[in-house]
Structure formats: C-alpha cells, structure tokens
Design a protein around this ligand. Structure first.
Ligand code: PLP
Length: 358
C-alpha cells in the first residue's frame, strides 16, 4: 500500500469528509452501504478505475468478495450455462501454480481441458501449440503467475487462433501495473490485496454479453448479472475495501496514471533482473521473454546460504523476501507501491552479500 494512502485513511478513520471536504460525522466502516456517503465512494471508485484502465463502456466493473481463488468456481458458475443439461467444456492454459489451481477447481462445475501447459512453469507455451476446444465456454489463463514469476506481456488474440470463446484472465497480481488490452478479454478478475487495496475485495471486469450465461445453481451474491444489475450491492459489499481501493485509484491517477506506473515498473524490474543476471550467486530461471515485472523469484546457487541472506535482508529493513513454500529460495514482489529505492536497497544488499558472505 502507498504510505500516502494509508495516511489519508488514518486521517479519515473517524470522520470521512466528502468530495467538498464536508464532514460526514462517521467513518467509512460505520456507514450504511445504501447511504449517500458510501454511494459517493462506490461511484467514484468505479469511475476512477474505468478511466485509469480505459475500461470500455460495454464492460461492467464489479466489486465482489471471496478473493481471487473464489473466482475459480464463480467463473464457471457464470459462464457454463444457461442450461445445466450438458456439462460445458472450458480450456485452461497452465503456466504456474495459480492457473493449475484454477483448472482443478473448475472441474466441479464444468469439464476443464488443459489446452497448454509449460513444462516447469518457466515459460509460456508457443501459441501455435495450444489445443483449443471448439465450442468451449471460455479460455482461462493467469496473466501473471505470482509464485513462479511468469507474466504474459501480450495477451493472446484468440480470434486470430480461430477461437471464439471469451478469454478469462486472473490478473490478481499485476492489475493496474500496466495497461490491459480489453479487445482481447471477456472477463478479468483480481483479488485486491496485491496491487489495489486490502484483502477481502475482488475486482471483476466483465463484458456485457457474458452476463446471460450463468448456471441455474449460481448463487445470487456471486452472479455477475445480479451484481451488474444492483451496482455490486446484491448484499453488503466489502465497503472498507472499496473505499481503500478507491484511494489507491486516486493515488495512481496522481502518479500520472497507468502508463506512468508501467514505466516505473519496467525500470524497477529491469534493474533487479540485470543485477540477478550479472551475479554469480543469484539466478532467476524464467524465460526472459515472460519474466514477471511484479514478482521476481530468485535463488542462490548455494541454497544453504538462503537463510543467512534473509537475516541480512531483514536487518536492512527488507521484509518478506522468502520464496513461496512450494519453490523455496527468494521472491521480491515489486508491486506498484514499492518505490525504486526499495529495489536499489535490495540490489546493494545482494552485491554486498555476494562479496562478503557467499
Ligand atoms: C493471490 C492470488 C490469488 C488468490 O487470491 P485470494 O484472494 O487469496 O483468493 C489468485 N490468483 C493469483 C494470480 C494470485 O496472485
């Protein structure tokens, strides 16, 4: 989270001022979600996100709960109908741990099919090798694999591959870090806690024509059509999360928007990968063509020194660098709120550690 946003939230915790600076006499957590004050917060968050990410008018912006993982069930529940008579097929491109999970969960609601899979989750299989089903309800991929550090730098043009199914992307860990080509996407979802705000909020952006495909068993509170119709308020939405994400959107706009953010993210990632590649001690195994700008897994060629590096890092104020439990090693997450200075501090520490302690 940007410090500026946390400071603003702290200042407004007991008394939220409206756009004209007028006191509302209550904090956001104390507001009725149907009241005028929260209505203003919700509307502004939607408008700001639409303008930030250039979301076309034929897409709905929905605020949901359940996290990114819940969408692994919610997507098939919404896209595999409207008839429950024959189980729909859906295609999955598996490039890491998250997309592998998506495929598994979808199997409860449809017939998932692995259209492509990268061998060691270090690259993206060539589009020419993808086996897409005719008549699939959707094609799913994870556009940034948070654990394995594999990112789609361009989204596939399914139409050009002869596929007319909508593309569904899990963009939880790189949403708002770069522009998104909506012409290639039917639905994008993101848990908020990586780049947008606190855990408990999930953002879903869905194309209008996909709202009528829900299975009869789809719960109303998870039904995109119902959510679109009721402005994300089928039940009480995650109000505080929406407010915080709204402050982050305002912060992003003040930074110069997504294009400016992307330039910073490119600079941060390039600096770190260059330092890793120049090192004899550290390495990153991902194909340079699809290395993630947000999540950089890296390893020591002397793995037994990993814990010592983490101790030095913590002493230098560099926290949470331990790699995901499934991979070990290290991982630096360079989300929007991470400044270049944080990356420079990490690079200096890596050089110092290699020189003196490896
Ligand atoms: C973090 C993450 C998720 C899971 O988010 P939850 O909110 O914990 O369900 C899903 N997909 C990706 C790519 C993630 O990075």
């Amino acid at each position: 989270m940007p410090a500026e946003v946390l400071e603003q939230a702290a200042a407004e915790m007991l008394d939220w001022p409206d756009a004209s600076g007028r006191s509302s006499g209550m904090g956001v957590m104390e507001m009725s979600h149907r009241g005028r004050a929260f209505g203003e917060i919700l509307a502004r968050a939607q408008t700001d996100f639409r303008s930030l990410m250039a979301v076309p008018e034929n897409f709905h912006i929905l605020f949901m709960q359940g996290g990114g993982a819940a969408q692994n069930a919610i997507v098939p529940l919404n896209l595999c109908g409207p008839s429950a008579d024959t189980q729909a097929k859906a295609d999955f491109v598996v490039t890491g741990g998250w997309s592998a999970k998506s495929l598994l969960e979808a199997g409860k609601y449809c017939q998932p099919h692995e259209a492509a899979r990268s061998a060691a989750f270090r690259d993206i299989p060539d589009l020419a090798t993808w086996r897409l089903h005719h008549g699939a309800a959707y094609v799913h991929l994870c556009s940034n694999e948070t654990v394995h550090g594999v990112e789609f730098h361009t989204l596939p043009d399914l139409a050009a591959l002869g596929c007319d199914a909508p593309l569904v992307i899990d963009c939880s860990s790189h949403i708002a870090s770069r522009p998104l080509d909506w012409s290639r996407v039917g639905l994008a979802y993101a848990g908020a806690q990586k780049n947008l705000g606190p855990a408990g909020l999930t953002l879903v952006v869905v194309r209008e024509d996909l709202l009528e495909r829900a299975l009869p068993a789809c719960p109303s509170v998870f039904c995109y059509r119902e959510l679109a119709r009721h402005d994300s308020m089928v039940n009480t939405p995650p109000t505080f999360g929406i407010y915080m994400a709204g402050l982050v959107f305002q912060w992003l706009l003040r930074q110069g928007g997504i294009a400016a953010m992307e330039q910073r993210n490119i600079a941060k990632a390039q600096a770190l990968y260059a330092a890793i590649d120049a090192s004899d001690l550290f390495y990153n195994p991902v194909d340079p063509a699809c290395r993630s700008r947000m999540n950089v897994p890296f390893f020591l060629r002397v793995p037994e020194r990993t814990d010592a590096f983490l101790v030095s890092a913590e002493a230098a104020g560099l926290l949470q660098l331990k790699g995901h439990k499934s991979l070990g090693g290290l991982r630096a997450s360079l989300y929007n709120a991470m400044p270049m200075e944080g990356v420079q501090t990490l690079i200096s520490l890596m050089r110092e550690f290699e020189r003196t302690q490896a």
